[in-house]
Write a protein that binds this ligand. Structure first.
Ligand code: FMN
Length: 184
């Protein structure tokens, strides 16, 4: 299982969480870490190179800080430009079929706020439903999310522990069909 981490943080020099996660993941065998803001400082994405990179991996993890309940712009741009008709979907568009797709998200909101009844209203899985729908659309298997919350108050020790937990998540996570998919 070859895993590709697609890191959508706009500037790792201003990051604590994505930066720590990225440094830890770069030490791992069978994991490729691809930092979009470093690969494309001028924001011009090399689409054939991205597609070739995806072809070489079995599992894609979109790692990003939550920005207005969504992805930072560079990751949205990546979705829009790389997942082309005739490549990711449509005639001949089966390159992501059967791969695994997951997310690893950091938030400033607390864990409790990302629960039903919390001040952010929804769980991370609910908030990231566009990525889950994308995975479904391209025929990939969606993985349960990994997340770290309370970014403004989390200690260096807690970030280090989250890096370990993230790695353990990557080793153990697997796709579980949701009940509504099972009844289709
Ligand atoms: C433009 C912008 C929008 C943000 N929107 C949210 C949000 O909707 N929910 C949230 O919990 N945190 C939000 N945040 C906080 C980031 O998610 C947080 O700073 C980040 O996860 C910390 O990770 P890092 O150390 O890797 O930068 C936002 C931050 C910025 C700059």
């Amino acid at each position: 299982m070859k895993t590709l981490i697609i890191a959508g943080h706009p500037d790792l020099n201003r990051s604590r969480i994505s930066k720590a996660w990225t440094e830890m993941l770069k030490q791992q065998m069978d994991i490729t870490v691809h930092v979009l803001s470093e690969a494309y400082p001028d924001r011009t994405i090399d689409i054939p190179a991205e597609q070739a990179l995806l072809d070489r991996h079995d599992r894609l993890i979109f790692q990003y800080p939550l920005y207005w309940y969504s992805t930072p712009p560079i990751l949205k741009q990546w979705f829009d430009e790389v997942l082309e008709y005739g490549w990711a979907f449509g005639p001949g568009g089966e390159h992501l079929k059967g791969k695994e797709i997951g997310i690893a998200i950091s938030t400033v909101g607390t864990a409790a706020s990302y629960q039903p009844g919390g001040y952010n209203l929804f769980t991370i899985r609910d908030i990231a439903k566009p990525v889950e729908a994308l995975a479904n659309y391209v025929g990939a298997l969606y993985l349960p999310p990994f997340s770290l919350h309370n970014a403004n108050h989390v200690t260096d020790e807690e970030i280090a522990a989250s890096s370990e937990a993230y790695l353990n998540h990557l080793k153990t996570v697997h796709n579980v069909k949701t009940p509504d998919l099972l009844t289709r």
